[in-house]
Design a protein around this ligand. Structure first.
Ligand SMILES: Cc1cc2nc3c(=O)[nH]c(=O)nc-3n(C[C@H](O)[C@H](O)[C@H](O)COP(=O)(O)O)c2cc1C
Length: 206
């Protein structure tokens, strides 16, 4: 009788152990595939943002795989190291997309992606994170207004550096109705990012 009871205890113990192993394995596999899914989605969104700035037909490389890590920089407004993505065609540099921060937003830091062609011309600017006031400063988002497209094709020569201000301050860039602080902060950050590019162009494509 006692040996039958022991056998039963051993069998149920073994089954419990087996189920816990299978359960752990299932969780691990699901977690891994979820992580891979998240990574794949992140890469897709990143590529969409990068290609929104640098059209895919301008390059023959995968910008997400051609990166350089940049040290924190006052001109980029970055306090930590940041990634830059490079576009190339036939091995030749075409453009770079830099992370930049405009610290003087109405409600603090405004995070930007700035696309610059090798000749120093702006491919475009996109806002990736901000807390500007809805209905006022949030006009910097492409889904809210076309204001941010005003940077496309500009450079430090056109307009000349001294006109890199909002019109309210005597420059060439539009402000938004009831909102000057946000555009003022972004115009300044984009100008500084162009200055950074001017100073580091060679190294950026090494
Ligand atoms: C509650 C509140 C939120 C505001 N949010 C913003 C904003 O997000 N961006 C902005 O540029 N101005 C914002 N403003 C307006 C600014 O205070 C300022 O009046 C406007 O930017 C014009 O600036 P200027 O006088 O320097 O030209 C806000 C004002 C208030 C009262």
């Amino acid at each position: 009788m006692a040996s039958v009871k022991l056998k039963q205890v051993l069998i149920s113990g073994f089954l419990l152990w087996l189920f816990s192993v299978i359960g752990t394995l299932l969780v691990a596999v699901t977690e891994q595939s979820t992580i891979e899914q998240i990574r794949a989605n992140e890469k897709k969104v990143l590529l969409q943002n990068l290609h929104a700035l640098i059209p895919p037909q301008k390059m023959d490389n995968d910008m997400t795989q051609d990166t350089i890590t940049l040290a924190p920089s006052d001109l980029l407004g970055t306090k930590d190291s940041s990634t830059a993505w490079r576009a190339r065609k036939n091995g030749e540099p075409v453009a770079v997309v830099l992370n930049a921060v405009a610290p003087e937003g109405y409600n603090g830091d405004i995070h930007l992606l700035v696309g610059i062609y090798y000749d120093g011309t702006l491919a475009g600017v996109r806002v990736v994170k901000h807390q500007e006031t809805p209905g006022l400063g949030d006009g910097i988002e492409t889904r809210k207004s076309g204001w941010i497209f005003g940077f496309d094709g500009q450079s430090l020569d056109a307009p000349p550096a001294e006109r890199w201000k909002v019109k309210r301050d005597g420059g060439d860039f539009d402000q938004m109705t009831g909102a000057t602080i946000t555009p003022r902060a972004i115009v300044k950050a984009v100008k500084n990012t162009l200055l950074y590019f001017q100073q580091h162009r060679q190294r950026l494509f090494q």
